[in-house]
Design a protein around this ligand. Structure first.
Ligand SMILES: *[C@@H]1O[C@H](CO)[C@@H](O)[C@H](O)[C@H]1NC(C)=O
Ligand SMILES: *[C@@H]1O[C@H](CO)[C@@H](O)[C@H](O)[C@H]1NC(C)=O
Length: 366
């Protein structure tokens, strides 16, 4: 463990302890009864039949029947050494699927030539949106893929390995175990130009979030359920500075953030000159546990990002966010259904894709 990693972890723990104070607020709202969901909100997304993608649970039944277990053996070992790789892999999967589909395009390494020739971004990983995806997440997928290659060479795509690894981590953090359909192929290109506008931003309004999701064939229910992935993981300070120091040019914090959370976050995130490496938890009450506390936090004005907090304010998303705050089983069901839909975005098949050997390199790359 290098010293900066040690510092980071100590900072996290300090903040976590500070925030335990804030979490006493959450208990009251969590006890509140869930309201029944209006049918309009419940229907968002469920109209889309999963059949559209042609993925299947037994895709590798003949060619690599143990693929789930092989990936799981790697993710379980990695989770012990680098628990932060869990949420990072989940985020990697999301960033993969939302840009040109679930095709491992995010995994392609920046080329040395591209980096040397100019600062112009070439592949998806070069873009600002993807710059701070942790290396541990990429390493985990690469290790899992290598383990799969050693048993069934040239058969299983990196896109499928990533989908499986994301599922494993959800379960390891205490979330639901769900079957993952397989049969994705890897992309033959990764283009920086496809990233902008394809991913939600930390300050996105609900309008913007719904537009981005709709562009992927996902609905309101998917937005609310998939945002629940913020029950684990950490954000860099840059994503909260506006909310805690100068909300929309007012020089005051966002009135929608509990004052105790503002205070705690200010201690970790100075208004300027802070370390770019400091991170703060999305879920201030149980940051390492995959549970439904994220939604209770929103009700208590303890959402970290503006795009999180907005979900419990907007009339289109509020009822469902409230329902999930009151019912963990319902959250797990909704999350699993939406992960299946997200995992099915723009699947490449046949000659439109490849099966890479090393996830960071195209098959024909020299
Ligand atoms: C979010 O922040 C970006 C700059 O980081 C800005 O261009 C954009 O307008 C902001 N969006 C909203 C809704 O405030
Ligand atoms: C929670 O959700 C589950 C699954 O949708 C449902 O069966 C159960 O009745 C709900 N519980 C409450 C208390 O609403």
């Amino acid at each position: 463990m290098d010293s900066s990693r040690g510092t980071r972890i100590r900072r996290r723990v300090t903040l976590f302890l500070l925030l335990l104070v804030a979490s006493s607020l959450v208990g009251t709202s969590r006890a509140r009864e869930a309201q029944p969901l209006p049918t309009a909100a419940a229907g968002g997304g469920s109209r889309r039949a999963p059949e559209r993608h042609g993925l299947s649970l037994d895709f590798y039944a003949k060619t690599c029947p143990a693929v789930d277990q092989i990936v799981a053996s790697v993710t379980a070992a990695r989770y012990k050494d680098f628990p932060a790789a869990g949420p990072a892999v989940l985020r990697l999967f999301h960033h993969d699927c939302f840009v040109e589909g679930c095709d491992a395009s995010i995994l392609i390494a920046p080329t040395a030539a591209g980096a040397a020739a100019s600062a112009a971004p070439t592949v998806e990983r070069d873009m600002e949106e993807n710059k701070n995806l942790p290396q541990e997440a990429f390493d985990t997928v690469e290790l899992a893929k290598a383990a799969v290659e050693s048993k069934c060479p040239g058969v299983v795509s990196c896109a499928d390995v990533l989908a499986l690894a994301a599922r494993d981590y959800v379960q390891q953090a205490g979330g639901p175990y769900y079957p993952v359909k397989k049969g994705r192929k890897d992309s033959k290109v990764s283009l920086a130009g496809k990233v902008r506008g394809s991913l939600p931003r930390s300050n996105s309004t609900v309008d913007e979030l719904l537009r981005v999701f709709a562009g992927k064939g996902l609905g309101t229910a998917d937005l609310v359920a998939l945002s629940g992935a913020h029950t684990v993981g950490f954000a860099h300070c840059v994503h909260v500075l506006g909310r805690i120091y100068d909300f929309r040019g007012t020089r005051r914090p966002d009135p929608l953030m509990d004052a105790r959370l503002v205070k705690a976050l200010r201690m970790s995130c100075p208004s300027s000159g802070g370390s770019a490496r400091v991170v703060v938890p999305f879920d201030v009450s149980t940051p390492f546990q995959f549970d439904h506390a994220y939604y209770a936090n929103l009700q208590a004005r303890l959402g970290l990002l503006g795009s999180d907090q907005a979900l419990s304010q907007d009339p289109r998303t509020r009822a469902m966010a409230q329902e999930l705050a009151g019912n963990k089983t319902r959250f797990f069901q909704a999350f699993v259904a939406s992960m299946d839909r997200m995992g099915s975005i723009r699947i490449k098949k046949g000659r439109k894709g490849e099966i890479r050997k090393v996830c960071s390199q195209h098959l024909l790359a020299v």
